[in-house]
Design a protein around this ligand. Structure first.
Ligand code: ADP
Ligand code: MG
Length: 399
């Protein structure tokens, strides 16, 4: 037979079960060479349709699929990925009392995704390895042939908003619903972003229902998240929620490992000073060791952490995270916020160019360029100048 026509299909359905016609809005039709695919998100409807098309007088060439199954068919054996940085692995993650459970659960879910802990929700203070763990999960899953998307909540939100504006939201939903691992970082930044929350809610339900693994990280326990609706919070907490901390033993291990990595030798006495002078924040430990390598002095605690505070404050003013600013995104929003942070650190807090460059992992000509750009933009735009006046005033009195 030369493929079934939609008209035949409809008249057959009408004959067998009129009620089904009422549910046609829940069915997507797709023609494929000699076949007609009926795709639906509703498992009950799928079952009923299958029964009907098994009847002996049913037209041939009809296949009933659950939404998502069909995407698998299209792209079989072609894992896709977004947002992963190969630098972060399980192998270079140092474990100890404060993070061991999270680490072990993370490894386990790569071995058996979607089965045990779905979603996995990791929370903890800044700079203690949440992003590292999420990325390690992603890299390891990718190696095993799974499709993985890693996104910070703010990048995710930006993507959703753009797609809603540009009419490409269907494609985006399809992309997210086709992943095996969805890793969303800095979930606290979803607060107040209503449309993004709705999209995430739908994608989330779809994935979890299909036993696809979702992993979330945040600086707060789900229950402490603000301006995120209860239905989403309860989904976040519906798998397993684990906190990671930096206990003293692990902290010392990390300091030793980072010293070795950066080829810095120190006496035991200095190791102790480092322990006490740096906060429980691995990023700042790295920063402190790097600056020690250059200057030979252990930086005082306050100096290191006020830089971090300023970056966080500027980031949150722009609806971003410190991690975004320190990352490599070149989207206009992120790079402008990054430039503003550099500018304020230099002009208000008198941080040195190498210090700023190091904090952002950039070279110092980039910092000079950033400062110039901000100066230009201040002259050009009244609105921008106002924002900066506000930030300068606000931050200089705070830190
Ligand atoms: P968070 O996302 O919690 O703010 P990150 O994952 O970005 O923190 O960690 C900050 C830096 O510290 C990264 O460079 C990361 O590789 C490193 N780091 C954090 N925890 C560990 C760990 N347990 N072992 C090795 N490196 C770590
Ligand atoms: Mg992070």
């Amino acid at each position: 037979m030369g493929g079934i026509s939609v008209r035949n299909l409809l008249s057959f359905l009408e004959r067998k079960d009129k009620k089904l016609l009422l549910f046609l809005s829940k069915v997507r039709l797709k023609e494929e060479s000699n076949k007609l695919l009926l795709i639906t998100e509703d498992p009950v409807l799928k079952k009923r349709l299958e029964e009907i098309f098994k009847l002996s007088d049913a037209p041939e060439g009809v296949e009933v699929l659950l939404e998502g199954e069909e995407e698998k068919k299209d792209s079989e054996d072609l894992p896709f990925t977004e947002g992963l940085n190969p630098r972060y692995t399980f192998e270079n993650f140092i474990t100890g009392e404060g993070n061991r459970v999270a680490y072990e659960v993370a490894r386990r879910i790569v071995e058996e995704p979607g089965k045990f802990y779905n979603p996995l929700f990791i929370f903890g203070k800044v700079g203690i390895g949440k992003t590292h763990l999420l990325q390690a999960i992603g890299n390891s899953a990718l190696k095993r042939g799974y499709s993985v998307i890693y996104k910070t909540a703010s990048d995710f939100s930006e993507e959703i908003v753009q797609a809603l504006k540009g009419g490409s939201i269907e494609g985006l939903r399809k992309k997210y619903k086709a992943v095996d691992f969805l890793l969303i970082d800095d979930v606290q930044l979803l607060s107040g972003k209503v449309r993004t929350q709705t999209e995430l809610f739908n994608i989330f339900n779809h994935l979890v229902l299909k036993d696809k693994q979702v992993v979330l990280a945040s600086d707060k326990h789900p229950k402490q998240l603000r301006d995120i609706p209860e239905r989403l919070v309860s989904r976040f907490a519906g798998g397993v929620v684990l906190e990671i901390r930096l206990d003293p033993v692990t902290k010392l291990e990390i300091i030793k490992a980072k010293l070795k990595e950066l080829k810095v030798e120190v006496e035991d006495r200095l190791l102790q000073t480092l322990m006490e002078s740096v906060p429980d924040n691995v990023r700042e430990i790295e920063g402190a060791i790097k600056s020690f390598k250059i200057s030979g002095e252990v930086p005082v605690k306050e100096e290191v952490s006020s830089i971090e505070k300023v970056i966080s404050a500027v980031a949150s003013h722009f609806g971003l995270s410190a991690q975004d600013l320190k990352g490599s995104s070149r989207s206009r929003r992120v790079s402008q916020a990054r430039q503003v942070a550099m500018y304020i650190l230099r002009k208000v807090f008198k941080a040195s160019l190498p210090e700023i460059a190091r904090t952002f992992s950039k070279d110092h000509s980039t910092v000079i360029h950033a400062i110039r750009k901000v100066e230009e933009e201040r002259r050009r735009s009244r609105k921008f100048d106002n924002i900066l006046c506000f930030l300068e005033k606000n931050l200089s009195s705070k830190f």
